[in-house]
Design a protein around this ligand. Structure first.
Ligand code: ADP
Ligand code: MG
Ligand code: ZN
Length: 608
C-alpha cells in the first residue's frame, strides 16, 4: 500500500501529443503551403529549358530532379521532373555553363543517434511498458507488492484509550477478579518483582459468543491506562507464506517498545488451531504464523509488562502448545450470565436509556434464562426503539417484556391471516402445553400464553419463567419438560381427533431433551452411568457425537422413543382429567389472543 510514487501518466502522454501535432503538420500543413509553388514538368521540357539557358540551378535527388528556372513572366520558379537514366545530363549541364548543379547527399544519421534509436529507445520503451503492467497488476491484487516480503506494512496497532471500564461489564465477577490482578500488575510491577513472582504472560478469555470477552479486554485496557494493541486473529491470515509471521513479529516488536502495554488478540482460534491435523499439505502459512506467535511469547521478558490477552469461543480447537504454562497459562472463563448477572447487565444497559421509575429488572432477567450479555443489550435497545415507535419518551416495563419476546420469537406478524379454524387449533395447542406444565408440580409456572404469530414462524407460544435460577435438573424435571412439550400435540388429538404439523418444534426439542437424558445425563434404565455422547464446541451450539457401537446406538433410539412415549401418555392423561378446563381456557385465549400467567391460573383454580 505504499503510495510514494505520483501518477506518471503525464510524460508519455505529452510525448504522444507532440508527436501527433508534428505528424499532422507534416501530412497536411506543409503540402498545403508548398502547393502552387512547385510545378511538375516532363523531362523534355527540363532539357529544353536547360538548353535555352533559363535554368539557374539543378538539384538531383534520388527519384526526381528539382530545378529553378525562369517562367513566362521572367521570374524564378521551382519545377520538378522525374529522374531518368540520362548519363549525358552532367555533360550537358556542365557544357551549358552558369548552372549550379549537384546531387543531394543521402542523409546519414549520426552514429550516436543511430545507436540511441536502435538500442536505447526499445529498452526504455519496454521498461516503461513493464512498469505500466506492474502497476496495473498491483492494482488488481489489492495494492500488494510481491517484492515487499517480510517488511510488513508497519501499521501501528496502538488504539486510543477504549473508554471502557470494569463498571461497563456487569456480572462476570470471577473474570473481572482475575483480570483486575493483571491491571494491578501493570500499575505496579515492582510489587510483584520484589517477591520474585512473574505475572502470567497471557490470559485466555473463553466463553460463548456475546458474553463480553471483547468488552472485558477493552475494560482492562481502560483501567490499566496503558497502550492497547488490539488485533483480530483473522488479520494475521495472509495470502503468502510468511506474511502472517512477519506481522506477528512486527506486533511484538512494537509492543515491547511500548511496554507496559496490553496486546489483545481477538478470535485467536483463527491462527491458534491445532497443527498437523493429518491433512496432506497442511496450511503452511497458518502454521508459520502460529509458530512465530509461540516463539514471540517465549521470547519476551514477562517482567517488562507486556500482557497478552486473547479471546476465543473454541478453546478445544486451540493448539496445546499455546496453552502450556508460560504462554496462555491463565484461562478466564466468561460464561453465560446467571440470574443476578443478567439483572446487572440489564441495569448497565438501561443506564444509557431513559426509563420509567420502578422497573422490575428481576422479572426480565428471569424471563431471559440462557441469554448472553449481547442479547440482553439488544433487548434493552429494542425496548427503547419500541417506546419511540409508540410515541413515548420513557421506556416502560411493558416495552422490555415485549422486546424479550421480539428477541426470542421475532416481531409480531400483524398482517398474517389465519383462519378461525386454525386459530382454534393453535389456541388448544398452546393451552395444552400450559395445562400440562401447570398440573405437574416440578414445572415452571406459566408466565404468558399468546397466539399472535411471530416473524420467526411461531404461530403462538407458551412462556414459562422459573422463579429462581436452576443449576441442576432432576430426572423428574427433565421428564416433565418432555411431557409439557408433548402437551400441545396431546390437546390437538384429544379435541380434534387429528393433529397438525404445528408441533414440529416441540418434537425437535423433546427428542433433544430425551436424547441428552439417555446419552449424557445417565437418566435411563438401560445404561447406568455410561457416557454415550461427547460434546464438541461446547460454546458454539454444542454438537454431540456418538461414542458407542452401532448396536448400542439402536438401543439408545429405543430408550429415547420409550421416554417420549411415556411422557406423551402422561400429557394425554393430564389433559383428559382436565378436559373441562382445557375448553374453558382455550375459549378464553381465543377471545383475548394473549393472556398472562395470573389470568391462566385464576381460571384454572376457579371451582367449576
Ligand atoms: P464476545 O464475548 O463475543 O466478544 P462482546 O464483548 O463483543 O462479546 O459483547 C458484545 C456486546 O454485548 C458488548 O458490547 C456489550 O454491549 C454487551 N455485553 C456482553 N456482555 C456484557 C456484560 N457482561 N456486561 C455488559 N454488557 C455486556
Ligand atoms: Mg468478541
Ligand atoms: Zn407447541
Amino acid at each position: 500500500m505504499e503510495e510514494k510514487k505520483t501518477p506518471k501518466k503525464p510524460l508519455i502522454f505529452y510525448y504522444f501529443v507532440v508527436m501527433m501535432v508534428l505528424m499532422l503538420f507534416n501530412a497536411l500543413v506543409f503540402p498545403y503551403l508548398m502547393r502552387g509553388r512547385i510545378t511538375e514538368v516532363d523531362y523534355g521540357t527540363f532539357l529544353s529549358q536547360v538548353d535555352s539557358g533559363n535554368v539557374s540551378r539543378v538539384e538531383v535527388e534520388e527519384s526526381q530532379i528539382a530545378f529553378i528556372a525562369k517562367n513566362e513572366e521572367g521570374k524564378d520558379a521551382v519545377y520538378i521532373t522525374g529522374r531518368m537514366d540520362d548519363p549525358g545530363l552532367v555533360d550537358r549541364l556542365h557544357k551549358k555553363g552558369g548552372i549550379i548543379f549537384s546531387e543531394v547527399i543521402p542523409k546519414q544519421n549520426s552514429p550516436l543517434l543511430n545507436f540511441l534509436l536502435t538500442w536505447i529507445l526499445p529498452v526504455v520503451f519496454f521498461v516503461l511498458l513493464g512498469q505500466l503492467l506492474m502497476r496495473f497488476m498491483q492494482k488488481r491484487m489489492g495494492g500488494m507488492n510481491a517484492m515487499q516480503f517480510g517488511k510488513s506494512n508497519a501499521k501501528v496497532y496502538v488504539q486510543a484509550q477504549t473508554g471502557k471500564t470494569f463498571d461497563d461489564v456487569a456480572g462476570e465477577d470471577e473474570a473481572k477478579e482475575a483480570l483486575k490482578e493483571i491491571v494491578d500488575f501493570l500499575h505496579n510491577p515492582q510489587k510483584y518483582a520484589d517477591i520474585g513472582a512473574s505475572m502470567p504472560k497471557g490470559a485466555l478469555l473463553v466463553g460463548p459468543p456475546g458474553t463480553g470477552k471483547t468488552l472485558l479486554a477493552q475494560a482492562v485496557a481502560g483501567e490499566a491506562k496503558v497502550p492497547f494493541f488490539s488485533i483480530s486473529g483473522s488479520e494475521f491470515v495472509e495470502m503468502f507464506v510468511g506474511m502472517g509471521a512477519a506481522k506477528v513479529r512486527d506486533l511484538f516488536k512494537q509492543a515491547q517498545e511500548k511496554a507496559p502495554c496490553i496486546v489483545f488478540i481477538d478470535e485467536i482460534d483463527t491462527i491458534g488451531k491445532k497443527r498437523d491435523t493429518g491433512m496432506p499439505g497442511g496450511n503452511d502459512e497458518r502454521e508459520q504464523t502460529l509458530n512465530q506467535l509461540l516463539t514471540e511469547m517465549d521470547g519476551f521478558d514477562g517482567k517488562k509488562g507486556v500482557v497478552i490477552l486473547a479471546a476465543t469461543n473454541r478453546p478445544d480447537s486451540l493448539d496445546p502448545a499455546l496453552l502450556r504454562p508460560g504462554r496462555f497459562d491463565r484461562r478466564v472463563p466468561v460464561e453465560l450470565p446467571d440470574l443476578k448477572g443478567r439483572e446487572a447487565i440489564l441495569r448497565v444497559h438501561a443506564r444509557k436509556v431513559k426509563t420509567e421509575e420502578g422497573i422490575d429488572y428481576n422479572a426480565i432477567a428471569r424471563a431471559t434464562s440462557g441469554a448472553s450479555g449481547a442479547e440482553l443489550a439488544n433487548i434493552v435497545n429494542e425496548a427503547a426503539l419500541r417506546a419511540v415507535k409508540l410515541g413515548r419518551s420513557l421506556v416502560s416495563q411493558n416495552d422490555l417484556e415485549e422486546s424479550v419476546e421480539v428477541v426470542i420469537a421475532g416481531y409480531q406478524r400483524k398482517g398474517a391471516v389465519i383462519s378461525q379454524k386454525e386459530k382454534k387449533i393453535i389456541a388448544y395447542h398452546e393451552i395444552g402445553h400450559a395445562l400440562v406444565a401447570a398440573r405437574q408440580t416440578e414445572s415452571a409456572p406459566v408466565h404468558k400464553i399468546t397466539i399472535v404469530p411471530r416473524t420467526s414462524g411461531a404461530l403462538g407460544y407458551t412462556m414459562q419463567v422459573d422463579e429462581g435460577e436452576r443449576v441442576l435438573m432432576t430426572r423428574e424435571e427433565a421428564f416433565n419438560k418432555i411431557a409439557t412439550l408433548t402437551g400441545g400435540r396431546a390437546a390437538e388429538e384429544l379435541v380434534f381427533g387429528s393433529f397438525t404439523s404445528g408441533a414440529s418444534n416441540d418434537i425437535e426439542q423433546a427428542t433433544k431433551m430425551a436424547r441428552s437424558m439417555v446419552t449424557r445425563y445417565g437418566m435411563s434404565r438401560e445404561f447406568d452411568m455410561m457416557a454415550l455422547e461427547t460434546v464438541q464446541n461446547q460454546y458454539l451450539g454444542g454438537d454431540t457425537s456418538l461414542t458407542c457401537a452401532a448396536g448400542t446406538a439402536e438401543k439408545i433410539d429405543e430408550e429415547v422413543l420409550s421416554l417420549i412415549r411415556e411422557a406423551h401418555d402422561k400429557a394425554r392423561r393430564i389433559l383428559q382429567e382436565n378436559e373441562q378446563k382445557l375448553h374453558e381456557l382455550a375459549d378464553y385465549l381465543l377471545g383475548k389472543e394473549t393472556i398472562t400467567g395470573e389470568e391462566f391460573m385464576e381460571i384454572l383454580n376457579r371451582p367449576q
